[in-house]
Design a protein. Structure first.
Length: 117
């Protein structure tokens, strides 16, 4: 099990996503998806459906789309449509830490919005 280090930028991104989900009455469900995705990454940051983005984003960055948690959230918390956010993170093996950097909407082109290492 990895420890999670959550960046302030992730918290800001998450707050924005939850405010947006309020507009559709899905805040509780969206919170469940984000929470499960973080648990997944703490359990195994190299799990199935994660993507190594080091080549295009640099800095050992990986992504994990929160739609992949659908089968692991309670049935009453499942969204009727797929969520539209991806977690950006950096796994560090010694010590075993996952640095959670941001939560980005699908329409955002990550490479254009990230600061260089």
């Amino acid at each position: 099990m990895h420890d999670l280090w959550i960046a302030e930028s992730f918290e800001v991104d998450k707050a924005g996503a939850l405010i947006e989900s309020d507009l559709f009455g899905t805040r509780r469900k969206y919170e469940a998806y984000i929470g499960q995705a973080l648990e997944d990454l703490a359990d195994d940051p190299y799990r199935h459906n994660t993507k190594d983005r080091s080549e295009d984003l640099g800095g050992g960055r990986w992504t994990y789309h929160i739609r992949h948690v659908r089968t692991r959230v309670d049935k009453d918390l499942r969204l009727s449509n797929d969520p539209r956010h991806t977690i950006l993170y950096v796994p560090v093996d010694d010590p075993q830490v996952v640095r959670i950097l941001g939560l980005y909407p699908d329409h955002m082109e990550l490479g254009r919005h990230l600061l260089p290492d």
